[in-house]
Design a protein around this ligand. Structure first.
Ligand code: FMN
Length: 302
């Protein structure tokens, strides 16, 4: 074992964004096995080769190490449940998803973006993993968006695109969850606290509108990812909120910096702001921020 801190190395490896696959095989006695893997790589076009790396600690390791065939299903953006099932469930994993057998009898996960049925081409032991190279015997793919994975969390390109499309074309209002030294910048209104926001400026993107708003407040901030894009039921207009960060607490009339720990005790001007701030606090504590796209009552979170 090298001197590296294992967690730091895992985090560094995990900063590489990947898709998510489920790798499956059938044992000589007919037992179906499968595990979630993001170690998938395409290797060669001629012959058509791909690679996945099962860990030696997998309960199914011996089966993958000795298999003649295996299959890879590249998961679609709505298949987080299948990914979690094949990463953790101790019950029969195949009873929890839909699947069908390929020409070699190996399970393919239904609803995936792509399927590859492989014969084992080469197996190389590499430290605590096996490099399992397969020759693609059959494959299929479709137009869906794949499920993404980075820094220990899922993401979805479809959602990102949708959020970007709405925030560029249909947004009427744009706002910020602006963090500064463990506090969040809130706007004070007659009805309660709210978030700093502004009407969309003509011929300017939502991002630029937000940056202009922050400049006009005199706040030097770094604007980050979209946090929430949703439709206001009363107006039918969309609002986009971005996360932003600054290091300097600037005093402004009508605004207040409130410690993130104290946010959930406050009275907010509307229920959409309450639920956004509540989610922000929760995700801040968990260290993983997600994206919400929907309306005030329901939507998708990735
Ligand atoms: C997104 C994601 C990617 C993963 N990639 C791999 C991988 O490439 N190789 C691997 O051995 N385990 C990987 N794992 C962990 C395995 O899926 C997990 O350890 C396995 O399903 C445990 O199976 P077992 O209980 O049968 O041992 C990954 C897990 C997740 C959530």
């Amino acid at each position: 074992m090298s001197d590296f801190d294992a967690r730091e190395l895992r985090n560094a490896f995990g900063s590489f964004m990947t898709g998510v696959t489920i790798v499956t095989a059938v044992s000589k006695t007919g037992e179906k096995v499968g595990f979630t893997a993001n170690s998938f790589t395409s290797v060669s076009m001629d012959p058509p080769l791909l690679l996945v790396c099962p860990a030696k600690r997998l309960s199914s390791y011996d089966i993958f190490e000795s298999c003649d065939h295996f299959a890879v299903s590249v998961l679609a953006e709505d298949q987080q449940h299948a990914s979690n099932t094949f990463a953790g469930s101790k019950d029969d994993r195949f009873a929890q998803v839909e699947w069908s057998a390929d020409a070699f009898g190996t399970p393919l996960i239904t609803g995936a973006v792509a399927h590859f049925s492989c014969s084992s081409f080469q197996k190389i032991e590499a430290g605590d993993h096996l490099m399992l190279m397969g020759k693609v015997e059959q494959f299929s793919s479709n137009e869906k968006f794949g499920l993404g994975y980075a820094k220990g969390g899922y993401f979805s390109l479809g959602m990102e695109h949708k959020a970007e499309e709405i925030s560029h074309e249909q947004c009427a209002q744009v706002g910020a969850l602006l963090e500064c030294n463990g506090k969040l910048l809130l706007a004070k209104t007659d009805k309660g606290y709210s978030l700093p926001q502004s009407k969309m400026q003509a011929d300017v993107s939502s991002l630029q509108t937000l940056k202009n708003m922050l400049i006009s407040l005199g706040v030097a901030a770094e604007v980050g990812q979209v946090f929430s894009v949703y439709e206001k039921s009363i107006t039918g207009n969309f609002v986009a909120f971005y996360r932003a960060e600054s290091t300097e607490e600037k005093e402004m009339d009508g605004y207040e910096y409130v410690a993130i720990d104290a946010l959930t005790e406050l009275n907010f001007a509307s229920s959409d702001i309450t639920s956004m701030v509540t989610r922000f606090v929760h995700e801040k504590n968990n260290g993983v921020f997600r994206l919400y796209v929907g309306n005030e009552l329901e939507g998708d979170i990735r």
